[in-house]
Design a protein around this ligand. Sequence first.
Ligand code: ASP
Length: 583
Amino acid sequence: MYRSHTCGELRESDINKMVTLSGWVQTIRDKGFVIWVDLRDRYGITQLVFDEDRSFSVLLEQARSLGREFVIQVSGNVIERASKNPNIPTGTIEILVTELIVLNESLLPPFTIEDKTDGGEDIRMKYRYLDIRRNPVKNNLIFRSKVAMEVRKYLSEQGFIEVETPYLIKSTPEGARDFVVPSRMNKGQFYALPQSPQTFKQLLMVGGMDKYFQIVKCFRDEDLRADRQPEFTQIDCEMAFVGQEDILNAFEGLTKHLLKEIKGVDYTNAFPRMTYDDAMATYGNDKPDIRFGMEFGELNAVTQHKDFGVFNKAELVIGIAVPEANSYTRKEIDKLVDWVKRPQVGALGMIYSRCNDDGTYKSSVDKFYDQDDLAKWAGITGAKPGDLICVLSGDKNRVRTQLSALRMELAERLGLRDPEEFAPLWIVDFPLLELDEETGHYHAMHHPFTSPKPGQLGLLDSDPGAVKANAYDLVLNGNEIGGGSIRIHDKDLQSTMFKHLGFTPEEAKAQFGFLMDAFQYGAPPHGGIAFGLDRLVAILGGQETIRDFIAFPKNNSGRDVMIDAPAPIDEEQLKELNLKLDL
Ligand code: ASP
């Protein structure tokens, strides 16, 4: 028996018990006549003591030869600790060791296995198994497991069945490139790894499963924007005989359950809802953070009647009232102007108006706008004395994105993004199609299986960009945590959609023939949603990066630096797969 207890378990009530513990050596303090060793496992830390009066001298010698991260097994008596440590649950006791066995030695770890380590990101990733011994990472993994467990518990109680779907499939279009896998047995042919189980879950509905979920890996070969992973985990769900309202209710239920069980937050109200168009007009963003205000005010009507050319020629003039920011110095405002002019934001400049405490205004365009004008700006943006109004102008879509970036930046600086506050929001009525500015073609904003709003089909030819979809996203604190849609379940409508997305009937048949075939055998109306588990867990955990919640994440170049993947394969393997490299 390696252990009778874990390193987090023993308390004062265990005093005088003979116990056996196993774990890693965290620290050794050698005072000459007495040696203390902190022994660590997943459950905690227990102090071991070896001393001249009470232990055999060979035992002291043995203890002295231990090193950090050695794996040891000790037996001994639980005794009361002279100087108690109130910071850890085992802090009132220690083990007077009578037997010590070294189970395995350890090289000196390349960084300290402490909450605050001296190891940088790269080295921690290379030795991730050591990193996982540290509380911050270990606790995140335990937290993630708890969230996943609650998801399974809740959905099973609601009658959902967890079904696995294959990883070696044919491409599923979710807007990214596929990772492909060559097939040895089928020369010259490739599987694709699923970007999501989308078509399979729809086929499960045709198969009568009614309520499906799966915690599942998805693979997307995209250029890695910050904090994305090429393989990530979804809570993937689908239901039959449902409309949008049913799905929103079902998954609002799941989200409330998680907030309650994981965070102790009792969110009893219905989640607010906002249309995509309103979100874009009010926040310049389809995943607005509504924990704070700073809503956009449209200022065209109150700015475009004077001689200020910049505003006059702009498609849109919009501003936000930044709370209690009128004390920003000229220099600070200049810095803000530089910030919006950075290439990542791309604004040409920024106009501001200070709302003085006495109710007057002082703007950077006083030459063009008098106090009455500026009062109107304040009225529209909701600015109060003490605030600073920041105004951007230009092309509608661009300027909204720019002001959204500024809004988020200022909220961050002003500390308005409290990680312990949770503000869920449904975004509904997404456009069905999105124009790709480069190619001039429309593609599905969500995916090609999403149904248009009833009665809008006629617009597909005349004004494709105006067609709205039965598609929705769940946003939490400015992050999209889930998205889904009511699907097309009619073969003809699905063919029409493929046509509008630029597929010839032959291409559609080759790629999605299986789905259209299935739709001819009694496909029920159905719809679903998928949550990004990594992101959801990170937000619930009050942290920014999903990497910290993934046991073995990839870096920004899509590499696993621990196992050193991706890596070349040998000639023999290439030959077997009938592949030739052309590098
Ligand atoms: N398959 C979709 C996605 O991965 C989710 C859904 O429509 O259910 O975003």
